[in-house]
Ligand binder design. Structure first.
Ligand code: 0O1
Length: 372
């Protein structure tokens, strides 16, 4: 059976809501942050780390997994859950965004996208059907439609034509999915339309009319201002059905997560927490800590005084700074663990606040302490 969304509680003063997404691989409490595991691993984390920190669902990447290790091995492994020993839900992106952000000389046409691998320059062709086929081979629990994500300053005409093609691609992918996917697999439509509300309205209405298992808001966090993001987010989210999950793609800083969940979004993902960790930056209750700073040279206090994670319970800022400066892999691992734990714990606190009709109080308290 495809996923079922269960609405549990709406916040009294905002569009925020608590729910549960029931999937064949397990239940997902929402609002939820989803750690990104691009090539079959959330970088430096074991699956036990992920369970210990409270990860309920992780992301896989169609584009990367298709290129390496490739679908031959993925199929022989019996899919990504078995391959990486993760028995909870997996969501996969459709690959379109990654083709445009990573591949070389790509060429877009009505049928699909021609691109050269950023790894070895080999030539490939993704179509809406091919994207679903690859997500099937991965045994993805929640699949994304093949879409084109346009950047924030694309012209009205380009965005209009692209959005209309993305609608045609969505229909093709949905037809292929209905004929070929396993009944336990779900498929989300993705709303595009750039920064233009009339195009967003058309995209939302036409995508919802196709009746997907859930809906993503695409084309955001692609270079627009925070105000533009919030404006399009607050315009588009209410156009999506209340009885299905809503996913804001590529959202990862605490404020963008708060704004998304306040608008009624249920799911979000971003490479940010693990990416900045590898560069020595931590998210803490008192804002970002750039651990390489000399300030922390003899600071033997925990990274985040309010955090009870493994990193904050066992190591000091001085030690973490030493590891990062010495380029020790343990530094990236301990900061990644903490950053993911921090966002997952923040989501848990948000769910609790919504249950008590105190989402705005928690947001205000968090923002003040974080320094927003
Ligand atoms: N299909 C699709 N995917 C999008 C994504 C990728 C979401 N993560 C996928 C995972 C699957 C595996 C990899 C990622 C987006 N990511 C962002 N912003 C990220 C901004 C960002 C990037 C890096 C650091 C911080 C912020 N906007 C996005 C828009 C779309 C979109 O319209 N369509």
């Amino acid at each position: 059976m495809p996923l079922k969304y269960e609405l549990i509680k709406k916040d009294k003063y905002t569009n925020a809501r608590v729910g549960v997404i029931h999937t064949a691989s397990g239940d997902i409490p929402t609002p939820i942050f989803m750690p990104v595991g691009t090539v079959g691993t959330v970088k430096t984390m074991t699956v036990d780390d992920l369970k210990e920190m409270g990860a309920k669902i992780i992301l896989g990447n169609t584009y990367h997994l298709y290129l390496k290790p490739g679908m031959d091995i993925m199929k022989k492994a019996g899919g990504l859950h078995k391959f990486m020993n993760w028995d909870r839900p997996i969501l996969t992106d459709s690959g379109g965004f990654q083709v445009f952000s990573l591949a070389d000389n790509r060429k877009i046409s009505e049928d699909g996208v021609m691109f050269r691998s950023h790894i070895d320059g080999s030539k490939h062709f993704f179509t809406p059907e091919k994207s679903i086929e690859i997500q099937n081979d991965i045994h993805s629990d929640i699949m994304m439609s093949f879409d084109e994500c346009v950047d924030a300053n694309a012209s009205y005409d380009y965005v209009k034509n692209s959005m209309e093609r993305t609608l045609r691609w969505a229909k093709r992918g949905l037809d292929y999915h209905k004929a070929n996917s396993h009944p336990d697999q779900s498929l989300f439509g993705i709303v595009q339309g750039g920064m233009f509300k009339d195009l967003r309205e058309i995209s939302a209405r036409e995508t919802v009319a196709m009746d997907f298992d859930g809906y993503s808001i695409g084309g955001l966090s692609v270079g627009e201002t925070k105000e533009e993001m919030i404006d399009i987010l607050n315009f588009t989210t209410p156009l999506l059905p209340e009885d299905k999950p809503r996913y804001n793609m590529g959202v990862g800083t605490p404020d963008y997560l708060f704004e998304s969940f306040e608008a009624g979004i249920d799911m979000a993902d971003c490479v940010l927490p693990t990416r900045i960790a590898r560069n020595g930056t931590a998210l803490t209750s008192e804002g970002r800590v750039v651990i390489k700073n000399a300030t922390y040279k003899e600071d033997f206090s925990p990274l985040d005084p309010e955090c009870d994670c493994y990193t904050c319970s066992n190591y000091s800022r001085a030690y973490l700074r030493h590891l990062v400066n010495a380029k020790e892999i343990l530094g990236a691992r301990l900061l990644s663990y903490h950053n993911l734990y921090f966002l997952l714990k923040m989501c848990e606190n948000i769910r609790e606040a919504i249950m008590n009709d105190s989402f705005l109080d928690y947001k205000k308290e968090f923002y003040e302490k974080y320094g927003y």
